[in-house]
Design a binder for this molecule. Structure first.
Ligand code: TNX
Length: 518
């Protein structure tokens, strides 16, 4: 309450050029531990440098990323160089030694004294997560694209932090409406702010095929030529896809590509008549129905096609997963579905990747393979398909549609979005525990969480941001923060303190009345 009162005072004095200091207690996601050093503040001097672990090109890359952000608003030169031996120099150090061992592969330790800021981690990805925390500890104006006066203060103290779950994801449906590479990159920047480390791209559906496959060129040129509502659609060239993958990797985000099958395939079926059981290609589809299309599960040509598509996709995807969809295959019988998946899953593992799919692939007739992940999107808190998969060793990514689907409307007045899974206000998105949500699924079987954004009604970058903010940070916190920190009242206050940052970044977020926006 004190903090809220504090920021209100600053708002009243809004004309003052002084940037308001941030607080160690306002971090989203909440850290494992944050101990303030009362009365201690670090102020970034104009001559500060960024010092990175000697000999580590990835650490230097994280340093360059941080300096790039800080230069825009501070106007300082912030040269990046190898850290000198001994006491950390005045400035910001990113080191791969000396972190508290509890931080593990993705965590970090952040120490702020009057003389220096030091982030320590065991991996460059851990440093990157520490950098996101440091951004939130600087005044909101640090996110400005133009030079601001500062002062650029950081509250003193120590943060030791690491994630609850290894997988914290967002999904973007680029099939229902095509979203160009620049939009995907912007979304990657947004999700990285909240330590989300996977972006699942839904690359194909009835309304469009969005990735070039050299062996089947009409998938993109014809299958990608429209979208919901009949617009021009589009697709990624291989170079564009690889550029997105590389951009994501620089932000420690792994791309999970999805080719949805055997249903949700009208765009492919329209592009290649041979994939249809009757050999007749349907028309392109621009509506929003689901469950009407299927690859022909009894034709050998289908498996030649899937093998070709998956091998080209795997060759340009460094991440561990290929997502095969598998949802809403209503035009396919249960036995045809199992036959299909039992042919397709080995095609994934043959590429060296692990199978990921919507939880329907958990059916007992569908075989398990090492590293398999099922993504739960149902509306109930027990599911026999998930428990069947888990009993055979699968891990689960939790995306319950009535909690985590950020394409759902916030309320009846929300101008875009769907509502089949209900309205999802911020509190609804936040108030569930991914580790205990599904009965019979222990936390140890939960790989993490993902917030899917389907785009039947979501067309522009602004649409994406309006639906993602503030719910994406809520799901990100469920994936990152220890359950002991979970508190709606504390979260809404911390979330409210993010508002000025989003405004400065140009994010047109939903001003939920549930949140005390500062
Ligand atoms: C269901 S949930 C779908 C998608 C739709 C979405 C809209 C799931 C795996 N499939 O095909 O786009 O609802 O919210």
């Amino acid at each position: 309450a004190l903090l809220v009162a504090g920021s209100a005072l600053v708002a009243v004095a809004g004309a003052a050029p002084v940037a308001a200091a941030a607080s160690l207690s306002d971090l989203v996601p909440a850290p494992v531990s944050a101990q303030p050093a009362a009365g201690t503040t670090y102020t970034l001097p104009s001559g500060a440098g960024v010092f990175t672990e000697p000999g580590s090109a990835p650490a230097a890359g994280v340093g360059a990323y941080l300096a790039g952000i800080l230069r825009r608003s501070t106007g300082y030169a912030l040269p990046v160089s190898a850290a000198p031996a001994g006491t950390p120099a005045s400035g910001i150090s990113l080191l791969l030694t000396g972190a508290d061992p509890t931080v593990g592969a993705q965590g970090y330790q952040l120490d702020v004294t009057a003389g220096a800021v030091v982030i320590r981690a065991q991996t460059p990805g851990g440093l990157f997560n520490g950098v996101q925390t440091l951004r939130q500890l600087l005044p909101a104006e640090i996110e400005s694209a133009t030079v601001r006066p500062g002062p650029w203060t950081v509250p003193g103290g120590r943060v030791v932090d690491y994630p609850r779950f290894a997988y914290r994801g967002a999904m973007l449906d680029v099939a229902r409406h095509f979203h160009p590479p620049a939009t995907v990159k912007q979304y990657i920047d947004r999700i990285a702010l909240y330590k989300v480390n996977y972006l699942h791209l839904h690359l194909s559906d009835d309304q469009g095929w969005r990735i070039v496959v050299d062996a089947y060129p009409r998938l993109a040129t014809y299958g990608g030529s429209t979208q919901v509502g009949g617009g021009a659609g589009g697709y990624y060239t291989k170079a564009q896809y690889q550029d997105i993958v590389a951009y994501a990797a620089q932000r420690y985000v792994t791309i999970v590509p999805e080719i949805d099958m055997p249903g949700h395939t009208n765009a492919a079926l329209a592009s290649y008549a041979d994939l249809n059981c009757d050999g007749v290609a349907p028309s392109l589809y621009t509506g929003t129905a689901v469950g009407f299309s299927s690859l022909c599960t009894s034709k050998e040509a289908t498996y030649t096609f899937v093998a070709g598509v998956l091998s080209e996709l795997a060759a340009m995807t460094p991440g561990p997963y290929l997502h095969v969809g598998g949802d809403e295959a209503s035009a396919t019988s249960a036995s045809q579905y199992a036959t299909f998946m039992n042919r397709v899953q080995p095609l994934v593992t043959a590429t060296g990747k692990s199978v990921m799919g919507w939880h329907q692939i958990g059916a007992s007739a569908v075989q398990h393979s090492a590293g398999r992940v099922v993504q739960y999107w149902g509306l109930t808190t027990s599911d026999s398909l998930v428990t069947s998969a888990v009993s055979r060793g699968a891990k689960v990514v939790m995306s319950p549609a009535n909690k985590a689907y950020i394409d759902m409307k916030y309320n009846a007045q929300t101008p875009i979005g769907l509502s089949w899974a209900g309205y999802i206000e911020v509190q609804t998105a936040y108030e569930w525990n991914p580790g205990t949500y599904l009965s019979g699924v222990p936390a140890s079987a939960v790989l993490g969480v993902e917030a899917p954004m389907w785009t039947e009604t979501i067309v522009t970058e602004d649409d994406i941001e309006y639906m993602a903010f503030p719910r994406l940070p809520a799901i990100a916190e469920l994936g990152w923060s220890p359950w002991t920190t979970h508190s709606w009242d504390a979260f809404r206050a911390r979330l409210g303190a993010q508002g000025p940052r989003w405004t400065i970044m140009g994010i047109g977020f939903y001003r939920s009345p549930q949140v005390p926006w500062s």
